[in-house]
Design a binder for this molecule. Sequence first.
Ligand SMILES: Nc1ncnc2c1ncn2[C@@H]1O[C@H](COP(=O)(O)OP(=O)(O)OP(=O)(O)O)[C@@H](O)[C@H]1O
Length: 320
Amino acid sequence: MPAIEISNLTKRFRDVTALDDMSFSVPEGEIFGFLGPNGAGKSTTINILLGFTQPTAGSARVFGSDVRTESKQVRQRTGALLEGYGVYERITAREHVERAIRAKDADDDPMAILERVGIPEAADRKAGGFSKGMRQRMAIGMALVGNPDLLVLDEPSTGLDPNGTRELREVIREENRRGATVFFSSHLIDQVEAVCDRVGILKNGEMVTEGSVTDLRAQLDAATVTVTVERAAPSSLLADLRGIDGVEGVEATDNQVLVRARGGDAKLRALNAIERAGVGFADFTTEDPSLEEIFEVATLGTRSGRERDGHAEAAPEGEA
Ligand SMILES: Nc1ncnc2c1ncn2[C@@H]1O[C@H](COP(=O)(O)OP(=O)(O)OP(=O)(O)O)[C@@H](O)[C@H]1O
């Protein structure tokens, strides 16, 4: 049984369609990255999963329980860190965790939780005086209460410093080793890439692509080949390169030619063309697309021609 199973889920807020016939599932034991730009529908999905928002159509199940009719069972098995979680200013960190323990009918040691999230020294301080990062750490601790089978984390690295984000990744991995499924929602690709087994990319309420980071890279099998040359490449070479089937962008500086090529054949033909051009082919490196590029393609539908390392932008096809 999948940890999360979402089928044809639609959510409309008056004239806004936040989720549009979205379907996907997360197998038990997975760390799933739920990626999407602002407004894609991530929080709406989480609110539906936890029973805080009712879907307009479709269904969502958590470990087989229907989130509409069995939200109590769902919440009992789920630890959630929600965006904009409200901190009670007048009670301490320990009291926050104790509340979560009571709500879950769990028997965790509040101090052990606060130690895990790195704020044991703040246990008896009122949360009203906490920094953003401390609030976030406390909220993560509350999500861990009761060893949940599913951890739902909405933008968990918000407010955390680099140490905090590293510790968060460690906690996620520990929870996953213990057996928890993790649903990690974020618009921050590097955070997701660092810890997730699989990612789904949401755009305008629809899942546009789904797979392991490796699968997604393979789908978008383009790579940038950077060739170091001894002499500046003449415009005739750049035109030839742009004419190769599968070459999507060409940039040149005095001693480098950058070719963005889709598929091994295009890469090879580009390298051969540079070698034949007599510009003193010295060396080359290739770079696979990053998850960021995959995200960009999935959410914008195009690969951007933004500047790389201060080099000039690639000229459009045919403009040598
Ligand atoms: N209560 C609401 N009333 C009206 N519109 C809403 C409501 N909640 C969400 N929306 C709209 O639904 C869409 C999806 O919003 P949602 O908050 O789910 O996106 P998100 O992916 O979580 O974005 P972010 O990364 O900015 O948090 C947006 O267009 C948003 O304005």
